[in-house]
Design a protein. Structure first.
Length: 297
């Protein structure tokens, strides 16, 4: 009887895992699901003179967005694919894409707002011509025209790669116009407007710049790229008092050739990131199961 119970439990576990695997395949419309070794998410055909960058999903996982640029990093365009009848649609330029450059997109947790960085002109005195944050809001099922997100004390800085938390706080990286002194900042939202930004206190043993941050909606962890001889993805945890510690470099299976643009799926299960060898510039958006890395050691 005891042996039979064990067999039944093993069978239930097997069927449960199999069902979960099939559910994930349907959810992402993919044939392969990664474990702890990163794999390319989707073999998107990229022209020889182009590079692929950040890839993200809408919170309902019905749309996938990614960025393409030229190899000189002078023009960035965002493309989108949608789920249609169990397959991915043909990629088209995203609704907010313009004749200028767009990159670093991120949805609000409820999916009703989309924040992104753009070089489109702001046309406000005192605001430098560079990357700034913009926002589009979905009203009655339609996206409105993007509006400039004003961070008052960073109008003369380069501001990019926003992430918005459940609390309404926005996180991003900012630097001088020549990309020097790049670091991660945050700004609190009050009555629909953002206050002066502050540098986010992240404890890191190395003296490195920080860029392309992803903050979880609950603000319990963040993943960012450290700027050194290459980009390495690191994770840091909120201590509950407004500071970020227990920082560590993600494992060597993830950090190989230089990675950036992290994004984590709403279930905190999969990390998406850009990986590429600078010598041949054959960049890819990869994904990996990140659950083991979300534990504080």
């Amino acid at each position: 009887m005891k042996k039979l119970n064990i067999i039944i439990l093993i069978t239930i576990c097997f069927l449960s895992c199999k069902n979960e695997t099939e559910n994930i395949k349907v959810r992402f419309l993919t044939e392969k699901i990664p474990g702890d070794i990163p794999i390319e998410f989707k073999e998107i055909i990229i022209p020889n003179n182009k590079l692929i960058h950040k890839g993200i999903f809408s919170p309902d996982l019905k749309e996938y967005y990614y960025t393409i640029s030229d190899k000189g990093f002078e023009q960035f365009d965002v493309y989108a694919m949608k789920k249609q009848n169990g397959t991915w649609s043909k990629a088209e330029k995203a609704f907010f894409n313009s004749d200028h450059s767009e990159h670093g997109m991120s949805f609000s947790p409820d999916g009703n707002s989309l924040y992104f960085s753009s070089t489109r002109p702001v046309n406000i005195d005192g605001v430098s011509e560079t990357w700034h944050i913009w926002k589009s809001t979905k009203i009655d099922g339609k996206w409105n025209e993007p509006t400039f997100v004003d961070i008052p004390n960073l109008r003369d800085k380069l501001v990019s790669h926003p992430t918005i938390a459940n609390s309404g706080t926005i996180y991003f990286h900012a630097s001088n116009l020549d990309y020097s002194e790049m670091d991660i900042y945050h700004s609190n939202q009050v009555n629909g407007s953002f206050e002066n930004a502050e540098k986010t206190p992240i404890s890191v043993n190395l003296q490195v710049g920080k860029c392309t941050p992803y903050f979880s909606p609950k603000e319990d962890y963040l993943i960012f790229a450290s700027i050194g001889h290459q980009l390495d993805l690191m994770i840091s945890f909120n201590d509950g008092k407004g500071k970020w510690g227990n920082t560590k470099i993600l494992n060597e299976k993830i950090n190989k050739f230089g990675q950036g643009n992290p994004y984590v799926t709403p279930d905190n299960k999969f990390l998406f990131f850009t990986s590429g060898n600078n010598s041949d510039q054959k960049w890819k958006v990869k994904w990996v199961n990140i659950e083991s890395e979300l534990k504080v050691n």
